[in-house]
Ligand binder design. Structure first.
Ligand SMILES: N[C@@H](CCC[C@H](N)C(=O)O)C(=O)O
Length: 279
């Protein structure tokens, strides 16, 4: 089985070209291929699929290393768009991609014919409690809500970018208890579909420092939807301007929650190698 290994700021993926037919049991395959000791090793398995809906050019499915299927992945969709363009599978530089979070629109920014950056219209953030989803009485937004985890109290701001994010503001991102609290918050009773957890230090009005624990994956070097959700959370808390640079362990993303209520994410995508998986 031919595969391509790519990453977006160190958040790494295995891409499979399924334009001619999909794979059996992608959930199982993701668990095997993403294993860093017994497989190729990755934070997710991405299927490149045709779309059957008229407004979309292609369809992306992504599976976490634990086999679960999230609605969206920001870093993967930049890799997805670059993969299609560089393999001449499309000539379009503006794509409409069907995902479980709706149609997401990556735009390739070229320099001397090569893909330099990908700017993605990630759509509107969903703020209602039921949209995140989060248990409890319905509210228009979940901002600075007290939550008790492992005997400690935290204030959380929650945002859905198609997939769910729980944002906690901290004084020092490097000291954030990502590995200790991440898994406990991920599976907290409040979140019926589990949740991604972002620890955010506000550097200034235009910069955030982020550490992330991803649902179904654990610590990763970057999370695109997480950077978008965290920017929205920072703005809801009056902490930053509408456009910020988010510093992640793997590099920087520029995120803007624009006047049209859409969130825009700009960042790189990198191909690392191709191979043949012997299964
Ligand atoms: N790394 C991703 C998000 C991948 C999905 C996530 N683990 C989830 O379960 O929602 C990104 O770049 O957005």
């Amino acid at each position: 089985m031919k595969f391509t290994k790519m990453h977006g700021l160190g958040n790494d993926f295995i891409l499979l070209n399924c334009l001619g037919g999909t794979v059996d049991n992608p959930s199982q395959l993701a668990q095997e291929m993403c294993d860093r000791n017994f497989g190729i090793g990755a934070d997710g398995l991405v299927l490149v699929l045709p779309s059957e809906i008229e407004e979309a050019d292609f369809r992306m499915r992504i599976f976490n290393p634990d086999g679960s299927e999230p609605e969206m992945c920001g870093n993967a969709i930049r890799c997805f768009a670059k993969y299609l363009y560089e393999r001449d599978l499309t000539t379009k530089t503006n794509l409409n991609v069907e995902t479980l979070a709706g149609i997401i629109k990556p735009k390739l920014i070229l320099e001397d014919g090569a893909v330099k950056l990908v700017k993605v219209d990630m759509g509107q953030p969903r703020l209602k409690r039921s949209e995140i989803p989060m248990k409890g009485e319905e509210s228009e937004e979940v901002v600075k809500e007290p939550v008790e985890v492992a005997g400690e109290k935290f204030e959380v701001t929650c945002v859905s970018m198609g997939n769910p994010h729980c944002v906690i503001f901290v004084d020092d991102a490097d000291e954030a208890p990502v590995r200790e609290l991440g898994p406990k918050i991920e599976t907290h009773d409040l979140f019926p579909e589990d949740i991604n957890v972002e620890f955010i230090e506000v550097v200034n009005e235009e910069e955030l420092e982020m550490r992330v624990w991803e649902r179904g994956a654990g610590v990763t070097l970057a999370c695109g939807t997480g950077a978008c959700g965290s920017t929205v959370a920072a703005i809801l808390n009056d902490l930053t301007k509408q456009k910020v640079t988010v510093h992640l362990l793997g590099g920087d993303l520029v995120i803007e929650w624009a006047d049209d209520d859409h969130v825009y994410m700009s960042g790189p995508a990198t191909e690392v190698f191709t191979g043949d998986y012997l299964n």
